[in-house]
Design a protein around this ligand. Structure first.
Ligand code: ATP
Ligand code: MG
Length: 150
């Protein structure tokens, strides 16, 4: 089942990410959809905080930022196709067991694992943000079922 919730503040978006972190398993794959400035990086910062990582910034100019072996944060904004993601070693990242979060996953659709957690964020600017979590596969359904949107 999908789960939808709405928040007003950036800090609430971060808190929503941090609550998700506690439910994730090694190698979990999170795809974050949403327009520019919707809060994908803010949500990722929250996930990272959940793992005790506090230096999340937008990886737009690097495509991937590694946070030890715990979290690999991709931003596919500037990529045109899945091949470009494989060119920077995507397959290796998938094998290393860290949590993978990817912004602009629609740009690299063919590279997304079938089993994953899709999260759509609607809203930008001063508007509230509505999150819709769409689990793909049983393990992600369990996560979304257990997730407390507050
Ligand atoms: N409820 C909210 N959640 C998240 N961000 C918010 C919220 N309200 C306002 N903001 C602001 O919106 C912006 C979100 O920026 P962020 O970098 O997280 O977006 P993004 O989706 O990663 O964008 P991009 O596609 O450019 O990477 C920030 O400037 C933040 O302060
Ligand atoms: Mg971003």
């Amino acid at each position: 089942m999908n789960k939808t919730f709405t928040v007003k503040l950036e800090s609430e978006t971060e808190a929503a990410g941090a609550r998700l972190a506690s439910l994730l398993f090694k190698g979990a794959f999170i795809a974050l959809y949403g327009e520019l400035g919707s809060g994908k990086t803010a949500f990722t910062r929250g996930i990272a905080q959940g793992f005790g990582i506090d230096d999340i910034m937008s990886p737009t100019f690097t495509i991937v930022r590694e946070h030890k072996d715990a979290l690999f944060h991709f931003d596919a904004y500037r990529l045109k196709c899945a091949d470009e993601l494989y060119d920077i070693g995507f397959s290796d990242y998938l094998e290393r067991g860290g949590i993978i979060v990817i912004e602009w996953p629609e740009n690299v659709k063919e590279a997304l694992p079938v089993e994953r957690l899709d999260i759509h964020i609607e809203g930008s600017g001063d508007s509230p943000r509505t999150f819709c979590m769409v689990p793909r596969g049983k393990r992600y359904e369990e996560i979304v079922n257990a997730y407390n949107p507050l």
